[in-house]
Design a protein around this ligand. Structure first.
Ligand code: HEM
Length: 124
């Protein structure tokens, strides 16, 4: 049994590293790059704010941008099952490649994100 929230167990610096690695992979992924902006700086900042609250840390995304309404915010982008798989593959690789992220925390975060990702699919 681990004490603390997932956010506390991962740590802010390690979570930041995961997000940085993730968008580095997204930018190179042939299925994902076309629907993302060329400059991923702001996207990464928003994702870090979101994941901070999502993992039980301070609700930074809500404070800065309001309710995330994630499915609605993703509707302008064609998210196929293949793109959802690609997104999760980038996340899996980012989690695996981040030193200092222990296996149980990596698994817990991945599982939580996989549950959300299926709801972002809005196209065949
Ligand atoms: C924004 C794609 C899943 C959280 C975005 C953007 C795209 C995108 C294209 C807009 C980037 C921008 O304009 O800055 C995808 C795809 C997914 C996916 C293809 C595959 C299933 C997820 C999941 C989460 C998430 C699972 C949360 C756990 C966010 C957040 C933003 C975002 C927080 C920023 C929203 C904002 O502009 O305030 N996503 N996404 N996405 N996505 Fe996703």
């Amino acid at each position: 049994l681990s004490a603390g929230t997932l956010y506390e167990r991962i740590g802010a610096d390690t979570l930041t590293e995961v997000v940085t690695r993730f968008y580095g992979l997204v930018a190179q992924h042939p299925d994902l790059a076309p629907i993302f902006p060329d400059d991923l700086t702001e996207t990464a900042q928003k994702q870090l704010a979101f994941l901070t609250g999502f993992t039980g840390g301070p609700p930074l995304y809500h404070e800065r941008y309001g309710h995330p309404r994630l499915r609605a915010r993703h509707l302008p982008f064609e998210i196929t099952p293949q793109r959802a798989q690609a997104w999760l593959a980038c996340m899996r690789e980012a989690l695996r490649a981040t030193p200092g992220l222990a296996e149980p925390e990596a698994r817990e975060l991945y599982a939580a994100l996989a549950r959300v990702a299926v709801h972002m699919v809005n196209s065949d």
